[in-house]
Design a binder for this molecule. Structure first.
Ligand code: PLP
Length: 394
């Protein structure tokens, strides 16, 4: 056995949970993603999806993907920079920029590569990147890849953000990067206060709209629009893997920033462009969310109903204001066990343990879609209540 294998053979945490019968990962879904999914020949209620708009199984989105594959083929065989740009990519970029209210946009192959490629290349050695300590892993990795000085503030603690800004050289660029909606806790970034501090300290703001797009703001334009602060936010990032029912991501900003990124973001230049099918599916989903306001209304009806039901049932759900509902467990073993009990009862939810949260904050994450019915929500609340009570969490 080589040294590497010897070292890695000691890593057996997953096997420990498998031995206990509570390993919750890589569960196989045998059909389309909707509010119900087929698993092991059974129907399971899906409360673990990020497809807030409920469009992943929509026939129009699927058709758009199929047609693009027929027209353009299965892949682009190169990066956007060289042979991988389609007219379809450019159309999607134009429509996304207009949708989120910025001059221009660039599409990347995933949301993760937007954050890792954009954040790492904007600032230099003498500049600062400042993040909320609950920012998504892709933001953390973008920050780590940068040569800039790196500062963190306590989650949504604006006094701590100001403290970090005071440490910075006033003449250097100070890039504040935040999740608009925090992906595990479901609470919103305090954008009004962050914008106030931007002006006070001459900083720049980038907002990750992964969980805001299709959910907040007019027609689902995102959290920046929800707060009426689009013009104050310098860079808006989004992903296609949630409300846009596909895979890919984008960054939108003014012309000078996009010109820089187009020629310097390494995950954009040195990685193949998004597939025709994925690009066309995202474009179709973008059209649907603009043309069907009833979808956004249905999402909020389901969300408000679920929030009320979980609160009434006595769950600790933190400060969520979104379709992401964290049910705090505060114990890693019990988090896995409750996930398993819920699954056995036919409810799919996601366990959240470190490093996705602090060790004392483990939780199971329930996520709503526009297509969930009240009956499905009632059933999930009932089954989760039973599972939580069995383990003395509730
Ligand atoms: C806040 C946030 N940013 C970025 C990403 C990465 O997006 P993608 O899945 O499209 O790579 C995610 C996905 O989990 C996310 O939750």
């Amino acid at each position: 056995m080589g040294l590497l294998q010897e070292k890695l053979a000691k890593y057996n945490l997953p096997q420990q949970f498998m031995a206990k019968g509570v390993y919750p990962y890589f569960r196989e879904i045998e059909g389309k993603q909707g509010t119900e999914v087929e698993m092991g020949g059974h129907k399971v209620l899906m409360f673990g999806s990020n497809a807030y708009t409920g469009l992943t199984g929509d026939e129009r989105v699927i058709e758009a993907g199929i047609n693009a594959m027929h027209k353009y083929g299965s892949g682009c065989a190169g990066s956007r920079f060289l042979n991988g740009t389609l007219d379809l990519h450019v159309q999607l970029e134009k429509e996304l920029a207009a949708f989120v209210g910025k001059d221009e946009a660039l599409c990347f192959s995933t949301g993760f590569t937007v954050n890792s490629g954009v954040i790492s290349c904007l600032t230099d050695r003498n500049d600062y990147i400042i993040c909320d300590d609950r920012d998504h892993a892709s933001i953390v990795d973008g920050r780590r890849l940068s040569f800039s000085q790196q500062l963190k503030y306590k989650h949504n603690d604006m006094a701590d953000l100001e403290k970090q800004l005071q440490k910075c050289n006033p003449d250097s660029v100070k890039l504040i990067v935040v999740d608009g909606v925090f992906s595990m806790e479901g609470d919103l970034a305090n954008l009004p206060e962050i914008v106030r501090l931007k002006h006070k300290y001459n900083a720049t703001i980038m907002v990750d709209e992964a969980h805001g797009l299709g959910v907040f703001g007019k027609q689902g334009r995102g959290v920046c629009d929800h707060f009426g602060l689009t013009d104050e936010i310098d860079l808006i990032m989004g992903t296609f893997s949630k409300s846009l029912a596909s895979i890919g991501g984008f960054i939108a900003a003014d012309e000078s920033i996009i010109n820089w990124l187009r020629h310097n973001a390494r995950t954009y230049i040195f990685s193949a462009s998004n597939t025709p099918a994925a690009t066309a599916a995202a474009l179709e989903a973008l059209h649907i969310i603009q043309n069907e306001p009833e979808r956004l209304e249905a999402l909020w009806e389901a969300t408000n109903y679920a929030l009320k039901r979980f609160r009434e049932a006595g769950f600790e759900i933190g400060a969520t204001e979104s379709p992401i509902i964290p049910l705090y467990v505060r114990d890693t073993d019990k988090t896995f066990m409750v996930t398993k009990l819920a699954f056995d009862e036919g409810v799919f939810i996601n366990p959240v343990i470190p490093p996705a949260c602090a060790p004392q904050d483990t939780l199971v994450r329930v996520a709503l879609m526009a297509t969930h019915t009240k009956e499905q929500i009632d059933s999930a609340v009932e089954k989760l209540t039973k599972a939580f009570k069995t383990l003395d969490i509730l």
